[in-house]
Design a binder for this molecule. Structure first.
Ligand code: FAD
Length: 458
């Protein structure tokens, strides 16, 4: 007897058979054997933050992995070996004792390593590309029942299919990732009123080694909507040395209470959006120095809302070659204004090329890319137990994806799915999609590990 399960924001309701807890390799192997005998499919869940039903499949068993959270740090090689269910928060605690910190992770620490590798997440350190660059090796239980050790030399086709593969070939059991020094970083900010100047700053940033965190906030208030960027850099302290066992902040946002309260109200009142922006400008570039680990611990929980019966907050993100960034911002500005899209916040990052994953969103090794993420308050409609975005939201999402593709870019895959298979095939490299299909055929031919994302696009 199954039950209905949704994404954390209350969308993509799916009938799940059951939710077994995976303790490690042997439980996972047994569950796979039983599923094969019963001809049942398995899907795998990290912390369940993706927003398109990616971790679920109708009628399948949903494997819980957060119990696979063993973490071992190796100071000399600056690496961490961890269970796929370990979260960044757990890695921070262990790495902190060795003066180390993740090279690449999301802007906050609530995600699992398995979920982060499976989406090929990107972080805010402009010196690194997506997480693919920092994966040393992985142990994977494939759909064919075998456990594979894979790295750039061993089963390289599996390595490239698992990173950013959304569980395509099987379940990641364990991964070894590169770490970097945990140093003290000082904030510094600048408001760019000319987007071409900001684009140039990103270009210059790529050649710098002292900026260890960068992000740009695109202004979302009614006045000057998408016209200004508040650029924030966290710069290595002069003579910075690795820190030993620093105090780890509670994973707070790190800015004033005005922002916290204003955010909620700004969903419906433009006055509070202005207030949030003024608070961001006043606080983001100031404040005291913080360790890298604390820069990696912002909480996003108060920005994520399941909404009411009629609304929800969703994320979407677009990638374009860096030289097209200002053009994409201009196109999105017109699109969002014409469609009265309620953008709550929008951030920009530098994205380096990645050739280590088949489904790469920055595939050209000769180019730098930029990403624009938007957090948007949208309408939902309810059909029985199912909640979907309303037609207006689906329409602007589709148009924004088409705009990114027209500029040689793509869209990020872990969010609410609007793009169909044809659009996916225009956004991602044809050779990569073909290699992904081949790898699925070789390692997971019976689709024993499967989910809604794979079902839609493969
Ligand atoms: C508020 C918010 C902020 C975000 N910020 C960023 C950001 O800064 N940068 C960025 O790149 N992304 C960001 N994301 C997207 C995020 O990286 C992905 O949604 C990520 O997958 C979440 O990790 P998770 O542990 O919740 O994975 P889940 O959502 O549980 O799973 C994601 C996918 O990975 C698969 N999977 C999970 N574990 C395994 C495993 N062990 N083996 C095989 N497959 C597995 C699942 O089946 C699913 O397809 C953000 C998302 C949210 C909601």
């Amino acid at each position: 007897m199954g039950f209905m399960m949704e994404d954390l924001i209350g969308l993509n309701s799916t009938d799940i058979a059951d939710m077994p807890i995976v303790l490690g390799e042997s439980t996972a192997g047994n569950l796979l054997q039983r599923a094969t005998a019963a001809n049942r499919q398995l899907s795998v869940m990290g912390m369940h933050h993706s927003q398109g039903g990616h971790a679920m499949l109708s009628g399948a068993s949903l494997l819980i992995t957060e119990t696979m959270n063993k973490v071992e740090v190796f100071q000399q090689s600056k690496t961490v070996k961890c269970g796929a269910g370990a979260t960044w928060t757990e890695i921070h605690s262990a790495a902190n004792k060795h003066q180390l910190a993740p090279c690449v992770q999301q802007s906050s620490a609530h995600f699992t390593v398995g979920g982060s590798i499976s989406v090929n997440c990107h972080g805010r350190d402009p010196r690194f590309g997506p997480i693919a660059e920092t994966v040393v090796n992985m142990k994977v239980l494939a759909g064919d029942g075998q456990v594979y050790f894979t790295d750039r030399l061993n089963h390289p086709e599996l390595f490239k299919a698992v990173i950013g593969g959304y569980g395509a070939c099987g379940m990641i059991l364990e991964a070894t990732l590169k770490l970097t020094d945990n140093k003290m970083l000082s904030p510094n900010s600048h408001v760019y009123r000319n987007l071409a100047d900001y684009q140039q700053e990103l270009q210059a940033l790529a050649a710098r080694n002292d900026v260890h965190i960068h992000y740009g906030w695109l202004r979302c208030t009614n006045a000057n909507f998408f016209d200004h960027v508040l650029s924030v850099n966290a710069i290595e302290d002069q003579g910075g040395y690795p820190l030993t066992d620093t105090q780890l902040n509670d994973e707070s946002w790190g800015v004033g209470e005005i922002l916290r309260a204003g955010w909620d109200l700004s969903r419906t009142d433009p006055y509070f959006k202005d207030l949030v922006w003024r608070e961001l400008e006043a606080t983001q570039g100031s404040g005291s120095n913080q360790s890298r680990l604390n820069w990696l611990r912002s909480s996003v929980s108060f920005t994520a809302s399941r909404g009411d019966d009629h609304h929800v907050d969703i994320l979407q993100e677009y990638f374009v070659p860096l030289d097209q960034l200002a053009t994409l911002i201009g196109t999105l500005k017109t699109l969002f204004t014409n469609n009265q899209v309620n953008v709550m916040s929008s951030t920009i990052r530098l994205v380096r090329p990645d050739t280590m994953s088949n489904l790469s969103y920055s595939p050209d090794s000769t180019k730098l890319y930029a990403s624009i993420a938007v957090d948007v308050h949208v309408g939902v409609i309810t059909h029985g137990t199912l909640r979907t975005l309303d037609a207006a939201a689906e329409n602007w999402i589709l148009q924004s994806i088409q705009a990114a593709i027209a500029l040689g870019g793509s869209y990020y895959l872990p969010y609410y799915k609007v793009a169909d298979r044809a659009l996916f095939q225009r956004a991602y490299p044809a050779a990569g999609i073909a290699a992904q299909r081949d790898a699925i055929g070789s390692y997971n031919g019976g689709k024993r590990f499967w989910n809604r994302f794979l079902d839609a696009y493969f």
